[in-house]
Design a protein around this ligand. Structure first.
Ligand code: 5GP
Length: 332
């Protein structure tokens, strides 16, 4: 089997996918038609060349996912697309959003849960929801979303398993005191970390010890980090969600071969391979595995091992982890 076929067929685990960044062009067009039944299609899809541009791109998806129906369609499509490329476990994250007159935050999150339930019966995939807190939206909104996440977890413990700290890393704050509250309530925390250089903030996030970290670009000294930060990350052994296309396309790292994957993988630090925003970055999880294999000379057995370890770092239950591991072990 060639690399392309192997990466597609491999039973994979996706731990870092933002709903509105994961919408395919097909889904965006479908949502556009839902909003403009008689209108001519007037959509422009641009390639992203910086972190700022990626945040601009989310605005298009947000303008189209402005009702519970649109969120439901969006979530169903994203889950189905991951399932079609043999992703067997998906943690989908999304920021609860209200749209005046059209949708409340409760309706937003209920639409995601409904989509997960629908797909669970139709596709062979386990899906969990991480409620996102956008650092740019300020303390009050963060508190509101954390309270909502805690309530949702009580109502849907099978599906709502954690909190994601995300949003434009050049703006806002990281609300670590608030995150403590959700941790006390039993929610696991996946925090974006070190997307831009900021030694003090990065050290604060590391010392908070989230269950997982996203990106961790500016940690290694060769990528605008420092020996101190890199050593601290290695010491803490917190699994890092690595998103190669996202980091290269936003120019957070200069090329694939410069990606922090090489430093972390070499020393055996826990990592998983993820898409981040498969729509915005025009990728798939299979492609990300192909990239990692071709740029860092990994064998099929190494890729399979990454999938097995990703199960370990996931927020699935022990029972679910056992089943997922069995599926991966049985794959040849
Ligand atoms: P949503 O939460 O609306 O479903 O997905 C889009 C949102 O995810 C963005 O508005 C942003 O807050 C967050 N997001 C997506 N990709 C990234 C990323 O690469 N870095 C950070 N920090 N946040 C992101």
């Amino acid at each position: 089997m060639d690399l392309n076929m192997y990466c597609h067929a491999l039973p994979k685990v996706e731990l870092h996918a933002h709903l509105n960044g994961s919408l395919s062009i097909r889904t965006l067009k479908k949502l556009y038609e839902l909003q403009n039944p008689d209108g001519l299609e007037n959509l422009e899809f641009k390639d992203v060349n910086s972190l700022k541009e990626s945040f601009e791109e989310f605005k298009l998806a947000h303008s189209l996912t402005n009702s519970p129906k649109a969120i439901y369609i969006a979530a169903c499509d994203v889950i189905q697309e991951f399932a079609e490329e043999n992703v067997i476990y998906l943690e989908l994250r999304s920021t609860p959003r209200e749209v005046e007159g059209l949708m409340t935050k409760d309706e937003y999150t209920e639409a995601i849960i409904k989509a997960i339930k629908t797909c669970e019966t139709k596709c062979s995939i386990i899906v969990k929801y991480l409620v996102s807190v956008d650092r740019r939206h300020g303390l009050q909104v963060a508190e509101e979303n954390i309270d909502l996440a805690i309530e949702l977890q009580k109502k849907y413990p099978k599906y709502v398993v954690g909190l994601d700290l995300s949003g434009d890393p050049t703006e806002g704050d990281v609300f670590l005191n608030l995150l403590e509250k959700s941790r006390d309530a039993g929610l696991r925390i996946a925090a974006h970390c070190a997307e831009v250089p900021n030694e003090v903030e990065i050290m604060d996030i590391l010392n908070f010890r989230p269950e997982r970290l996203g990106h961790c670009v500016c940690i290694h000294p060769s990528l605008n980090g420092s020996h101190k930060l890199f050593q601290r990350l290695l010491e803490l052994k917190i699994p890092v969600e690595l998103c190669l296309s996202s980091n290269v396309k936003t120019k957070s790292v200069p090329t694939y071969s410069h990606h922090q994957f090489k430093y972390l993988y070499k020393v055996g630090h826990p990592i998983c391979i993820c898409t981040d925003d498969k729509g915005v970055f025009r990728t798939t999880l299979s492609k990300e595995f192909e990239l990692v294999a071709s740029h860092f000379d990994l064998k099929n057995t190494d890729l399979k091992e990454i999938c097995k370890l990703s199960v370990k770092y996931s927020f699935a239950t022990d029972e679910e982890k056992k089943c997922l591991l069995q599926i991966i072990k049985n794959f040849n």
